[in-house]
Design a protein around this ligand. Structure first.
Ligand code: NAD
Length: 502
């Protein structure tokens, strides 16, 4: 690992991002209007590269959530209800254009807020545009069925697809810029409305995007944002009796709490939770591709990716060569401030997350795993930030905590295996079922693994590709509910069966 050479004056955000941050306490956005939290409370959001406070956020609570849900309900029952599919499609297209115009500013805000390198974030521009194109297309596909004389007697019948109503979107910190569009895109395409509760660690791009949505012509009240603590604003949204559906991405523990909260008014749920994915490298893999693929399957976003392939299962004949090449690759990774050029890994998002990751490194060592690289806090110019050296453990067994629990940091474990059956058994010996991959030049070996591993997503000779047309979802403790494909839209709609006596 190298640390990025710090320029004599550190890279600074551009004027637009600075203007946003210099507004003073950042307010809630309810019914198209900025307002402070009703209690007046704020919470600090920090730059994880320096530990310094970037901005104060309004710390919304139950009162603010009530206001936002009331605004979302009123918008749902208002003229928005009568927008045609073509109008909603045109709106999504306008949103795509406005976001594209402001993308650099959004990237700077996201990088400052949660630490991701700008190069990585800039690379996500096509993915965001694709997502908007996907939802714009979905807006035209919502339809039911008609059966004339389908029922005995002179009865015509039809089924209508109706938007479910007010959606509570609870968002994590590890990629809110793009991540929020799994919710916002579906809301705009379906005719629902939303109250978004971004993470207290990374709310900036959700707040800024909500303003840009208004600029693009999204009616006031259709997308509202309440920032605040999970246990207050998040809990209030999950409990709220007038919220029809919750789309939640976050930890399995919070997911459980949301399931409990949903029982009051039987909310529909979509839960995208944690993971401990197995990345299986077979002896016949093309290591030129498998080594960087497996490395960045963990170290991208400093390991803060739900589908990170943190358990790298390597077939014994190539363990030594794979490990050697992986370590050489890791030695070439540059750690630095997200805004600086040429950085591969930024900091982890918070002091809490830093402590958690360093703790897991200690746990791994205590359990007898062999620390091959990194795992320490980065010092020097970066000592005030929450930087962790990319960490590789060898000799890991699947019973160790670092192989069973989600670290959510740049910690990669190598687990040797003998044959593919054993790899499948190890991969499945996990509470999670989010994703996984296999690297092999044999199609039949690859398909054997794809068939055998119980996860929502599998990659073959690649890692981390996600397309809304193909989808991404989990099973087991990784949650449920489709993300992407037409099934995603279905969860924002309900079916109304109509019987018409003629
Ligand atoms: P988290 O569960 O702590 O927080 C997620 C969101 O839930 C935040 O907005 C938080 O404020 C809110 N929240 C916290 N407590 C709440 C409560 N009691 N009621 C309602 N809302 C509450 O997760 P995190 O630390 O922000 O994100 C990391 C986790 O997210 C990891 O486990 C990761 O695997 C998971 N994740 C999953 C996916 C996926 O697609 N499966 C994607 C990204 C992240």
């Amino acid at each position: 690992m190298t640390t990025s050479p710090t320029p004599s004056t550190p890279t600074e955000p551009g004027a637009a991002a600075r203007a946003f941050l210099s507004r003073g306490p950042l307010q809630l956005l309810i019914d198209g209007v900025h307002r402070p939290a009703s209690s007046g409370a704020t919470l600090p959001t920090r730059d994880p590269s320096t530990g310094e406070v970037l901005a104060e956020l309004a710390a919304g609570d139950r009162v603010d959530v009530d206001l936002a849900v009331a605004a979302a309900r009123a918008a749902f029952e208002g003229p928005w209800r009568t927008w045609s599919p073509y109008e909603r499609q045109a709106l999504l297209n306008r949103v795509g254009r406005v976001l594209d115009e402001h993308f650099d500013e959004l990237v700077e805000l996201e990088s400052l807020d949660m630490g991701a390198p700008v190069a990585r974030l800039l690379g996500s521009r096509p993915a965001l545009q694709k997502m908007l194109a996907f939802f714009a297309a979905q807006a035209l596909t919502i339809s039911g069925e008609t059966l004339l004389n389908g029922v005995p007697g002179d009865v015509a019948t039809m089924t209508l697809k109706a938007p479910v109503g007010v959606v509570g979107g609870i968002i994590p910190w590890n990629g809110p810029l793009n991540g929020q569009f799994w919710i916002v895109g579906a809301v705009l395409a379906s005719g629902c409305t939303a109250v978004l509760k971004p993470s207290e660690e990374a709310s900036l791009t959700v707040l800024r995007v909500a303003e840009l949505l208004l600029e693009a012509g999204v009616p006031a009240g259709v997308v509202n944002v309440v920032t605040g603590w999970g246990a207050q604003a998040g809990q209030a949204l999950a409990d709220h009796p007038d919220v029809d559906r919750i789309a939640f991405t976050g930890s399995t523990e919070t997911g459980r709490s949301i399931i409990r909260s949903s029982t009051g008014n039987i909310k529909k749920l979509q839960l995208e939770l944690g993971g401990k994915s197995a990345d299986i490298v077979c002896a016949d893999a093309d290591l030129d591709r498998a080594v960087p693929g497996a490395a960045m399957g963990v170290f991208a976003n400093s390991g803060q990716i739900c589908f990170a392939g943190t358990r790298v299962l390597v077939q014994r004949p190539v363990v030594e060569e794979f490990t050697e090449r992986l370590l050489a690759y890791v030695d070439g990774l540059r750690v630095g401030r997200g805004l600086d050029a040429g950085v591969d890994l930024g900091p982890v998002v918070s002091r809490t997350q830093l402590d958690r990751v360093l703790d897991y490194v200690r746990i791994g060592r205590a359990e007898g795993a062999q620390l091959l690289r990194g795992g320490g806090r980065v010092g020097g110019d970066l000592e005030n930030g929450y930087f962790v050296e990319p960490c590789v453990f060898g000799e890991v067994t699947n019973s160790m905590r670092i192989a069973r629990e989600e670290v959510f940091g740049p910690v990669l474990s190598i687990l040797p295996f003998d044959d593919v059956e054993e790899a499948i058994t190890i991969a499945n010996d996990s509470d999670y079922g989010l994703a996984g991959a296999v690297w092999s030049q044999s199609l039949s070996t690859a398909l054997q693994v794809v068939r055998g591993v119980h996860t929502g997503t599998m990659w073959v000779n690649c890692y981390g590709l996600i397309d809304p047309l193909v989808g991404f979802s989990g099973t087991k403790l990784s949650g449920y509910g489709a993300k992407g494909t037409a099934a995603h839209m279905d969860t924002y709609l309900y079916t109304k069966s109509v019987y018409l006596q003629l």
